[in-house]
Ligand binder design. Structure first.
Ligand code: GLU
Length: 296
């Protein structure tokens, strides 16, 4: 969808849903915040479909995203971007990090990970358990042999990467200037066993490729930004300004989730509810019964 208004290319914001379920109220809120952030500054608002997980992404969810955004009255600029069309660029960037000696293969299976967790040898990070580093110091000859023969993922050696990058920081328009501490997330997977690329890697590469100046997204991704900032430093990518917005919470003060059957926008849309009215309410902080906004 192309807007005829003169756009300020100094401001580029995106909404980047993953089509692995139906959008819910939390997504409507996120899309609205990002859209309004761009429009209030005369900037561009892009739509990027994060469909890297081919096993979980479905065409019907992509169609529902378009329909939901139209229903809400949120329009985007230019062509829709699909991450699934950019797999080569992720593979190239992974090769670059491998050549820098910053990725190592990890052969740990799901049950290995469960055991590590049960044994208490994994610290708890802001995003879940921190990988204990089992495969980090494997003999290089053995690692090569196993890479040729076994399924594996590629992890970022965060401590080594930090030694290379030095101290880093980033700015959040809501939370202020942040000093990065990516080590608290541990050696995150950048190239998973089962999918071509992991969220952290694809999102960082694409925000640079799409010239995103302001990453507007939920507070649930706040901690991830330290990893994204590290990847930017390693790959000479620009660092956008961030704006992490509050989240919509349910009656139990838990974030709405696709997996929890939170009322989907499609259900409301197909029931004849007005998307414009819903968006107007969200803008004014009027939420359905039981839904509230998280505190800082
Ligand atoms: N695709 C991610 C999600 O649906 C959001 C990515 C981002 O905004 O950084 O949760």
């Amino acid at each position: 969808m192309t807007s005829s208004v003169q756009l300020n290319t100094d401001i580029v914001v995106r909404f980047a849903p993953s089509p692995n379920g139906l959008l819910h109220l939390g997504h409507a809120y996120a899309a609205m915040v990002a859209h309004d952030f761009a429009r209030a500054r005369g900037g561009q608002f892009l739509l990027r479909i994060e469909d890297i997980d081919r096993g979980r992404s479905r065409d019907e969810f992509v169609t529902a995203i378009f329909d939901d955004l139209h229903w809400l009255g949120l329009d985007w600029d230019g062509d829709v971007i699909f991450q699934s069309e950019r797999l080569d660029s992720y593979a190239q960037a992974a090769e670059r990090l491998k050549a820098m000696g910053l990725l190592y293969p990890c052969f740990c299976s799901r049950s290995d990970m469960r055991q590590l967790q049960a044994s208490g040898s994994q610290a708890e990070g802001p995003d879940g358990p921190v990988y204990a580093g089992t495969c980090r110091n494997m003999d290089p000859g053995l690692a090569r042999k196993r890479v040729a023969a076994e399924p594996h993922s590629w992890r970022l050696d965060v401590a080594k990467a930090v030694t290379l990058s030095g101290p880093l920081g980033w700015r959040d328009e809501r939370h202020g200037v942040q000093a990065s501490d990516p080590e608290r997330l541990g050696d995150v997977i950048l190239v998973p066993k089962e999918t071509p690329v992991a969220y952290h890697f694809a999102v960082t590469l694409d925000d640079a490729r799409d010239r995103i100046t302001h990453v507007v997204r939920g507070d649930d991704l706040f901690a991830s930004t330290d990893i994204h900032r590290l990847l930017q430093a390693l790959l000479d990518l620009p660092t956008p300004v961030y704006y992490h917005h509050p989240l919509l919470l349910d009656e139990k003060d838990e974030k709405l989730a696709k997996s929890r059957d939170s009322a989907s926008l499609s259900v409301l849309r197909l029931a004849g509810r007005s998307g414009h009215k819903l968006l107007q309410d969200l803008r004014q902080g009027i939420f359905p019964v039981g839904i509230s906004l998280s505190q800082v």
